[in-house]
Design a protein around this ligand. Structure first.
Ligand code: DLZ
Length: 170
């Protein structure tokens, strides 16, 4: 089990953060996931990890939508937020550095786009975009074939925690 040194267990959380699935009660939350299909093996594992974590927090209302690549994610998330149906959105994508400048341009655009949605809509829009130098790094961070750790689980927990904070002050 992985320990996350810089993410201390928040007050009231029942299990220790860093043990696989800490507990927040997300019953009644409506969570959307938007995932890219580029690097689909990695993204599918990340989506599965996020769904597993959401369910472990009692979230039953989960809608998953797909887009072609990471570049399409912010606009898709915006459409979902505009529907008013979601308490929060988890954005999932995997950018792998290649021989051209695509990686830099898309990473920058997607990162800015997702942050803008967070602030404009006052709803958590979780940044589940891996930016990796090669496929091996990406697979490790998505727990593909049992390697490394599935970051999707962290993003599922983070979505619930942030939605609960938002509800507390809304
Ligand atoms: C074009 C492109 C490239 C080169 N690499 C990736 C990638 O590693 N990960 C990803 O999610 N998407 C990639 N794309 C596709 C773009 O995100 C986008 O779908 C297209 O440029 C069309 O807008």
């Amino acid at each position: 089990k992985r320990k996350i040194e810089n993410a201390p267990n928040p007050d009231g959380a029942k299990t220790i953060r860093g043990l696989d699935l800490p507990t927040f009660d997300g019953a009644g939350l409506h969570i959307g996931i938007v995932s890219a299909r580029w690097n689909s093996v990695v993204c599918e594992n990340l989506v599965a990890g996020a769904v597993e974590a959401l369910k472990s927090c009692n979230v039953t209302d989960i809608t998953t939508e797909y887009v072609a690549g990471s570049y399409e994610i912010p606009q898709a998330a915006q459409v979902m937020l505009e529907s008013g149906k979601f308490d929060g959105i988890i954005c999932i994508g995997c950018l792998i550095k290649g021989g051209t400048m695509h990686f830099e341009y898309i990473s920058e655009a997607v990162t800015q786009g997702i942050m803008r949605l967070n602030l404009d809509y006052k709803r958590p829009v979780i940044y589940g975009i891996l930016g990796c130098l090669n496929e091996e790094q990406a697979k490790e961070r998505a727990g593909v074939d049992g390697a490394g750790h599935n970051s999707g689980k962290d993003w599922g927990i983070t979505a619930v925690e942030s939605c609960l904070l938002t509800k507390k002050y809304s």
